[in-house]
Every structure is written in C-alpha cells, then in structure tokens.
Design a protein around this ligand. Sequence first.
Ligand code: PHB
Length: 390
Amino acid sequence: MRKFAIAAAAAIAFGATAAEADVVKVGVIGPFSGPFAIQGKNFKAGIDAYIAEHGNKIGDNTVEIVYRDVPQADPAQSKALAQELVVKEKVQYLAGFYFTPDAMAVTPLLKQANVPMVVMNAATSSIVAKSPYVVRVSFTTWQTSTPIAQVALDLGVKKVITVVSDYGPGVDAENAFKAAFTKAGGEVVQAIRMPLSTNDFSPIMQRVKDSGAQGVFAFLPSGPTTLGFMKAYADNGLGKAGVRLFAPGDLTQESDLPALGEAAAGALTTFHYALSHDSDENRRFVENARKAIGNPAELSFPSVGAYDGMHVIYRMIEATGGRQDAEKAVEAVKGLSWESPRGPVSIDPESRHITQNIYLREVARAEDGSYYNKEIRTFEKQGDPGLAAQ
Ligand code: PHB
C-alpha cells in the first residue's frame, strides 16, 4: 500500500513536470494602465493577432503569455517584475518594453537567467549592445530620424531647431537629425531638450518661434506627450507662421489622429510603419489586430512590433524545441528575414537589430473625412546608423 502511494506520488510529480515542460512562457512587460495604456494595449493586440493567425502551439509546445504592467518609464519596477517573471513564473522569454529605461534595467539579468529579450518598442540604439541576448524588432530613433533631414533640405529648409525629450531615444534622435542635416549642408540653430514629464509645451513653442528657424525637428515618445506637443504646435500658430515640422512618426501615431484632426494635416514624418501600408500581409494584420484591440481607432505602431516580436519568439521556440537555451534561441534568428506587415525585414546578425524600410509619410485626409499616414516615399533597407555612430 505504502509502495503504491509512493509510486503514485512519483507518477503525479513526473506527469506534472512533463506537462509543464511543454508550456513555454513569455513574459511581456509594458504600460497596460495609466496615461500610456493604449500603447500597451497595442502590444497585446499585436500578440493576440499573431496567435489568432498562427495558433499557440509550436510542435509539442504551448505558448503562454504572462503580462506585467509598468505604467510609465520606471526602471526599478521593470527590473523587479522581470526578476519575478524569471524566478516565480519561470518564463523562458522576456518581451515588450515600451520605454528605453525599462529595457535597459533588465539587460543585466538576461545572461544569468538564460533568457532572451525581444524588444518590441524601446528605440535607443545602445540597448542591443547591453547584452548579446537582446533582439530588437521595433526601430531606433537613429533609424527613423536620419532620412527626414534630407526631406527638410529637399524642401529648402536650411535652418532647424531641434526639440526632444531628454532621455535615450530623444538624445539619439537629436544626434541623428543633426548628423544627417549638417552633413548635407543644413544648420541646427538651437537644440532644446525637455524633461520627459513636460506637458506644457507653450513655452517651448515660443522659443521655437524666437529662434528664427525655418523648421522644427521634434521627438517625444508616443502617447499623451505627442498629442500635447502636436496640439501646442497648431494652437501656437507655428505652422501658420511658416515653421515647418519634421519628425519621426511617433508624433503622428494613428491613435492620435482623430483627436488632432486638421492640426496634424500635412505633417511630414518618417517611420517604419503606417497602418495604411499597401500589402496583403498588412491588410490581414490590421483586420486581426483591430478585432483584437476592440476599439479600432486605438490601433497604432506598437502592435506591429509585438506581432513581429512573436514571429521571432516562435522561430526561437522552434529552434530550441521548447527547451530553455537563450544562446541557441538568439543564434537561430540572426539573419532571419520575413515579410512583415510593415514590408520586408531582417534581423542583422551583427547588431541583432531589425533592418527595414523607412517611409516618408504625410498626414492626409481620407474620403470619409478621417486622417491617416500616407506613405509617399521609401528609404529601402535601412539599418541602424546609431550603432556605427557610437
Ligand atoms: C523609448 O522609450 O525608447 C520610446 C518610447 C516611445 C516611442 C519611441 C521610443 O514612441
């Protein structure tokens, strides 16, 4: 009787371990509440759209997503949650990361935890250099801010003032724009860095007017920040005063366009993704992601980062047969190329950052009166100029 009990207990224990080994957990950290909640909802919509299309099984393994909320840039909270995901939840992958500081804080944990990190948004160039286990499928602000310098010059704008949020991706954007603009003969007359918490942009707009610049280059992280900045640009009459705006596409994300309306019309931005991108892959993605997010007007670019991030994670799970082996997983996606909803992409084997087209877009009015980012020019196969510059 006692022997039987022990054998049964062992069988149950063994059975449980075998079943658990078939579940591969992915921990996703992002802003799921608070002022940036729509950006986090877009992570989830992209992940849900991917799973709706491809299922949650890879061979014998079942993927399970575990979400953790970091409402605003908060490296300490991000690190603590990543630790909890690794130690308690036993996630094999970490993904998400909307804000740079949240990604940076987690990179020192990866090696010991034997966990790859798939960055679905955070856009400071140096993140990939912090650990060999980081793969990024979003963009960098170097990548998105470099081509707009030539666009400004082509329009005869030679004197520009730069305005950026004073943290990683903002400093990178400022440096990227300045490098490309001055190299091609332009002049940056002033460079303003604002605290990330800035929400009154009128004084900034006054400084832009006073600078005598013909154009303003701006970067802020998408969310209430960009909405406020774009409104202030219009309300303070900068466009009417002839000061043109040049920016990466964070400033005209689709989910901000209904609130901005005419205030954004004509804005020129460069970015890796527009919801209007003309391809079958994108039409299928947008349809599924709209279903997933519930309110279609909330769909925006973090969804495509999350969708492509899942593509990379699925390939990693395939390559490792569901076993935890971060090095093998990362090796397996170096050089990987595929057709994303944004266009053709690949993972650069050296940097582990995504190579992709960057599109010039104009905010245009559709027949139904809504506004959208219309792609008007393509800068093909852009790598990350930021890594070379460091
Ligand atoms: C970042 O913190 O890296 C970040 C956040 C939002 C953006 C771009 C970059 O739109």
